[in-house]
Design a protein around this ligand. Structure first.
Ligand SMILES: Nc1ncnc2c1ncn2[C@@H]1O[C@H](COP(=O)(O)OP(=O)(O)OP(=O)(O)O)[C@@H](O)[C@H]1O
Ligand SMILES: [Mg+2]
Length: 225
């Protein structure tokens, strides 16, 4: 079983008079085979939590553990290689490369990651379910918000990571697409034994979640486990 944990994580931005404590003593756990949802309003610390979980930024104090190994504080090539092999991000800003077609966004991964790729048939199945097969040769500037969002989800899945960390992955989607994308995340967790972590304020994803946390003003509570 794969496991991601935060132990007593605090994150403080800024100095002295304009300090913001984005996370307060956060304890959190996500496991393979499950969809874990973190629900919270804007500014509650969701993106901060997710980026700390995936090692994109460091906590001010506290610990990040992946599969029983300490992950926070890991730096340089070892940390980059680990992230590349194990973690797939769907960032809030989609972060598609503007001068690459949708298809080239995926295959870019092949240049840096040589092993453990997803098999073509499985990936085509994801592409079909995300409804982006016809968009493969378009550039990000030619896509709508919802299409960009679905391309960013596909790109995260292409590297076949153990952990999928998604920041508001359904914000730009209509309800029908939310149901489909939510079910896709659930299937990936259950059938492909991945740990899917979604931070969102989209209550439409609740029914797909195995584990639900609430984040308010940087403080986390567990609602369903
Ligand atoms: N780099 C930073 N420097 C200073 N303050 C920051 C930084 N990143 C986040 N914050 C602050 O931390 C708090 C939490 O921000 P965060 O982006 O994690 O919220 P969020 O829940 O993802 O919000 P949203 O739903 O709007 O995306 C906010 O008060 C924000 O202003
Ligand atoms: Mg955010």
């Amino acid at each position: 079983m794969q496991k991601l944990e935060l132990k007593k994580v605090n994150k403080i931005f800024g100095a002295k008079s304009n300090q913001v404590q984005a996370l307060k003593e956060v304890n959190f756990e996500a496991r393979s085979g499950e969809v874990t949802l973190i629900l919270g309003p804007s500014g509650s610390g969701k993106s901060t939590l997710l980026t700390i979980l995936g090692g994109l930024q460091q906590p001010t104090s506290g610990e990040v553990w992946i599969n029983g190994e300490r992950f926070d504080g890991k730096k340089g090539k070892a940390a980059d290689a680990f992230r590349l092999d194990h973690i797939g991000f769907v960032l809030q800003s989609y972060s598609l490369v503007p001068y690459l077609t949708v298809n080239d966004q995926f295959t870019l991964v092949d240049k840096v990651k040589k092993t453990g790729q997803i098999d073509k048939q499985t990936f085509q199945g994801y592409i079909d379910r995300l409804g982006i097969d016809k968009l493969r040769h378009k550039f990000p500037g030619e896509l709508s918000g919802g299409q960009s969002q679905r391309a960013a989800i596909a790109r995260a899945l292409y590297a076949n990571p153990d952990f999928i960390l998604a920041d508001e992955p359904t914000a730009a989607l209509d309800s029908e697409r939310v149901a489909e994308v939510g079910q896709l995340f659930k299937d990936i967790a259950e059938k492909a034994e991945k740990a899917v972590v979604i931070v969102t304020h989209d209550l439409r994803l609740r029914e797909k979640a195995d584990r639900i946390y609430q984040l308010v003003d940087g403080q986390i509570t567990i609602e369903k486990s």
